[in-house]
Ligand binder design. Structure first.
Ligand code: DQA
Length: 148
């Protein structure tokens, strides 16, 4: 049994109504519920946190090791393309993580094509909409099964 934390960054609280043609119509609540079921089925404990504030995400990442979090699934939202501070928090916490995006950021505006996280992530999932969260949870469980 391991503890997995799903972290979502800015504007992802608006999923369901936010640009549905790009991000789909599933709400964050329904995504978190589905992820929790998958985590439990794989024998893991699931936690979720969303914030629009960079400092709150940093604080949550800093606290992750003390909270016994073994794996992170992280959709940093627009901070993907801007936040060296979140990158440094992840490097400091040394908790393995999957970078996740609903949209295929590589097929969008050029400013979305650089990520401060991809090179330090275990892996990246992008472009599968809400299903990506399910893929990420399954990938996390597979990693945890072999010691993360
Ligand atoms: C996103 C992609 C980002 O570029 C954007 O700023 C988001 C959502 C995604 O899930 O596709 O807020 O991370």
């Amino acid at each position: 049994m391991a503890r997995v934390l799903l972290l979502n960054g800015p504007n992802l609280n608006l999923l369901g109504t936010r640009e549905p043609a790009i991000y789909g119509t599933d709400t964050l609540e329904s995504i978190e519920k589905r992820s929790a079921v998958l985590a439990r089925e794989a024998g893991h404990e699931f936690l979720a946190f969303q914030s629009n504030a960079e400092h709150e995400l940093i604080a949550r990442i800093q606290k992750a090791p003390a909270d016994g979090i073994a794996f992170l699934i992280f959709n940093p939202g627009a901070f993907t393309h801007t936040s060296i501070a979140l990158r440094d928090a992840l490097l400091g916490a040394r908790v393995p993580f999957i970078e996740l995006h609903l949209s295929n950021t590589h097929a969008r505006e050029s400013f979305r094509q650089h990520s401060y996280f991809s090179d330090i992530a275990v892996g990246v999932i992008a472009g599968f909409g809400a299903f990506g969260y399910e893929l990420a949870m399954r990938a996390a469980a597979a990693r945890l099964a072999r010691g993360a």
